[in-house]
Design a protein around this ligand. Structure first.
Ligand code: 13P
Ligand code: SF4
Length: 335
């Protein structure tokens, strides 16, 4: 791994970027990040590369080296639109696979190949073939938090931001919806379409509980509690708003509650807190260990070596791509 120094030149070049994160990164920590920020931003231009970063990335990545930030849906849309030759996905492996499906001829990099997801690893293509045999004729809607192997067996993908719209777009009475059982129950409550679900769970969101929310409400007067639909149903019922990561961020920007508790991965509160001064963030810290494998030094190394690359067997990619393209054709959900 390259060790870089914090020179006067680096300090001057990165000073405006530090202003973006001043509220969440102490000044004493900046010299550890700044040389990587400067070198990544230089190398991106040399390589004609862009960095797409998910809302759960740490603030020095999210605010200082990312060209596009957003939820899974926004990142998929941006990946479909970019002219860059190299895409670095600061997120988890399924997000990089989605970017590769939409850009088969571009170099797509994931700075740590081990950046997985408990939902993506909860189901395989063979499991879907078995489900289709058990429930013939029902279309398969898969959350994008799945591998390309699963997407290849899928009729249409969805994200937490458009799941209800995708299910309803099919015009059928019943669908197979996988792999997140909690997202499935969230969708089932908002549509008349019958949902056949799977038993996948997000290891980060399943840890939140109504008791925890109660304790926060007792400790913090008038705290507004918002949650991701990967949280358990009893948590979703106990909160004031449920939405995708982008919908949660928009909620805070638009409503500006005096105090907010975001029940999701904890870097997201930091990223919003860096931008919104008036709101107090109460932070339960549930980290996604997979998202946290991505660091500035690994992003830099990826850009230097153009590795690790995401590759998908051609026949699998052909079929998987259709399921993502069908989702993107359904249109933008309300945010
Ligand atoms: P979003 O699509 O809401 O960004 O969620 C992705 C994810 O992995 C949540 O845990
Ligand atoms: Fe997967 Fe959960 Fe991590 Fe999102 S937060 S990437 S769903 S394990």
């Amino acid at each position: 791994m390259t060790l870089l120094s914090y020179t006067d030149e680096v300090a001057a070049a990165t000073a405006p970027l530090y202003e973006r994160v001043r509220r969440v990164i102490p000044e004493i920590e900046w010299p550890a990040h700044a040389p990587y920020v400067a070198e990544i931003n230089r190398l991106k231009q040399e390589r004609n590369a862009i960095v797409l970063a998910h809302n759960y990335q740490t603030p020095e990545i999210f605010h200082c080296v990312a060209d596009i930030v957003g939820d899974s849906l926004a990142l998929a849309r941006s990946a479909a639109d970019t002219d860059a030759e190299v895409i670095v996905l600061a997120g988890v492996h399924f997000m990089a696979e989605t970017a590769k499906l939409l850009n088969p001829d571009k170099t797509v990099l994931i700075p740590d190949l081990g950046a997985g997801c408990s939902l993506a690893s909860s189901i395989t293509g063979a499991d879907i073939r078995a489900l289709k045999a058990k429930y013939p004729g029902r279309p398969v809607v898969s959350y994008v938090n799945t591998t390309a192997d699963v997407k290849a067996e899928t009729d249409v993908c969805c994200t937490s931001g458009n799941a209800v719209a995708v299910v309803e777009s099919l015009g059928v009475d019943e669908v197979i919806f996988l792999p997140d059982e909690y997202l499935a129950s969230y969708v089932a409550k908002q549509t008349d379409v019958k949902i056949i679900s799977w038993n996948g769970r997000c290891e980060v969101h399943e840890r939140f509980s109504p008791r925890e929310i109660e304790a926060y409400r007792e400790g913090y007067d008038d705290v507004v509690v918002i949650a991701h639909p990967e949280c358990p149903p009893d948590v979703q019922e106990a909160v004031d708003f449920v939405g995708s990561t982008a919908q949660m961020i928009n909620f805070v920007h638009e409503r500006k509650p005096e105090r907010v508790l975001m029940l999701t991965e904890c870097s997201m509160s930091d990223n919003v807190a860096a931008e919104v001064e008036e709101v107090e963030f109460v932070r339960p810290c549930n980290l996604c260990p997979h998202m946290k494998t991505i660091t500035l030094p690994k992003i830099l190394e990826s850009l230097q070596t153009l590795e690790p690359r995401v590759e998908i067997p051609a026949e699998m990619a052909e079929r998987a791509r259709l399921s993502v393209e069908r989702m993107l054709a359904i249109g933008r959900p309300k945010q």
